[in-house]
Design a protein around this ligand. Structure first.
Ligand SMILES: [Zn+2]
Ligand SMILES: [Zn+2]
Length: 432
């Protein structure tokens, strides 16, 4: 048995030594609000909500593997920053970009694009690096028998970073940038690009090997009881999952406790309306202007899609169309419909399907960032003076606004409210 397996079983033994470990483990579903018991983990079986089929995770931690992957990811992250991702060569002049070059490219191109440069910095560097460093730190400390108090805020930080860490989307954006350039100049794929590909794979395997709910339960034990918790005064923490008595803050992760996300519907509608307004200039104004040997014209998002569709790169055109046009529309229409349907009716029909629609929006939401990464990389890479330049347009700023606002709309909507309004939950919700 390995050292970490010993410490894991020591923790489990300590828990199983108490009689309460034999009692049912209670959880509240974050998607439908049903309080239920969590089945014990079984190899090859995923645990899902018995009402809306939301995942509760597989319940196993391969902690040594997860820790090794976190450390590997940190090394690959440094390599992707230290070595060029893409290089171009045109008539003897060359330029290369690294992982952080897009941020500098946008900031240098236009003062108005500084907020977009900050957004790209947050989602391509700060969030992924912060998340993997925080999780690696927590996993290292969980190897010991003590649980320092600061582990909970560190793990909470990793959870907050999770939806904003978008290196996988960045990788697809880098591949599309390569395709857009092959007619313009000679392209070289650098060591940084290989490091980025391996980094994305390491992060995906890391997520598979570490169960977030179990990590929280190792920091402080879950709620176990023979009787269901009283629904009027007890609830599950949305952030760490601990079922507890209503209080101002969670006793485990210290995040504020709310029965439902505060002002969920009004905030969602406000974000959807703002996103819909920004969607118009995002599609009307050019996102990029490619000038090669003095010739070139501004291109909108749809113009970029048409250009990719017209050649042999049409599969990439389909990806960009889906990510930049279809996904933002799905988010705006889907969330708007979910919010109004929850507000205006006590509709009991298709509650599971509507909850699935929300989960689909949550899943695909981040992929609409692809075009922003393409614009950032091309702006930083194609700076060859009279030979060729790429300049970002105002459209990319508006599109960045659409992406940010629709992600905030997705975060604001609380799918449990549609189950409440249909009378499926015996809780009274106010201030929604
Ligand atoms: Zn559920
Ligand atoms: Zn909590």
């Amino acid at each position: 048995m390995t050292a970490s397996a010993s410490s894991l079983s020591a923790t489990r033994n300590a828990e199983s030594a108490s009689p309460s470990a034999l009692l049912p483990h209670w959880v509240e579903c974050n998607d439908c609000g049903l309080m239920q018991t969590l089945p014990e983990p079984r190899r090859g079986h995923s645990r899902v909500c018995r009402r809306c089929r939301a995942s509760f995770g597989h319940g196993f931690n391969r902690r040594d593997t997860a820790l090794a992957l976190a450390l590997t990811a940190l090394v690959l992250f440094m390599l992707a920053n230290a070595f060029p991702l893409i290089g171009i060569d045109l008539a003897g002049r060359g330029q290369t970009v690294r992982l952080g070059s897009g941020v500098i490219g946008l900031a240098r191109a236009d003062d108005d694009l500084a907020p977009l440069a900050l957004f790209v910095l947050a989602i391509s560097i700060i969030a992924p690096l912060g998340r993997v460093a925080a999780l690696g730190y927590v996993l290292t400390h969980l190897r010991g028998s003590t649980r320092p108090r600061h582990l909970a805020p560190v793990l909470r930080f990793a959870d907050v970073m999770r939806p904003w860490a978008m290196l996988d989307v960045f990788l697809v954006g880098a591949l599309i940038s390569l395709t857009k350039l092959h007619d313009l100049a000679q392209i070289n794929v650098g060591i940084g690009m290989w490091a980025l590909g391996l980094l994305v794979m390491a992060l995906a395997f890391f997520d598979m090997s570490a169960d977030r709910r179990l990590i929280w339960d190792l920091i402080a034990p879950p709620y176990r009881s023979a009787e269901p918790p009283p629904p009027a005064t007890w609830l599950g923490c949305r952030e760490c999952g601990l079922v507890q008595q209503m209080a101002e803050r969670c006793t485990r992760c210290r995040s504020p406790l709310h029965r439902r996300k505060p002002n969920s519907l009004s905030r969602t509608v406000a974000y959807v309306v703002t996103g819909a307004v920004l969607y118009v200039p995002a599609n009307l104004y050019p996102v990029l202007t490619v000038i090669s040997f003095g010739r070139g014209a501004p291109s909108t998002i749809m113009g970029g899609v048409k250009e990719l569709m017209s050649g042999t790169d049409w599969p990439l055109g389909v990806i960009v169309f889906a990510a930049s046009i279809a996904v933002p529309l799905l988010k705006l229409c889907g969330l708007g419909w979910l919010a109004f349907a929850t507000m205006l009716s006590e509709n009991r029909r298709r509650l599971v399907d509507r909850t699935r629609l929300y989960r689909l929006i949550e899943l695909v939401s981040r992929w609409s960032t692809i075009d922003i990464f393409v614009a950032a990389l091309l702006t930083a890479l194609v700076t060859l003076g009279n030979l060729a330049t790429v300049e970002p347009g105002l459209g990319v700023l508006a599109f960045g606004g659409v992406v940010l606002i629709t992600m905030m709309a997705t975060e604001s909507y609380d799918p449990r409210l549609m189950w409440d309004s249909a009378g499926a939950n015996r809780v009274r919700t106010t201030n929604v």
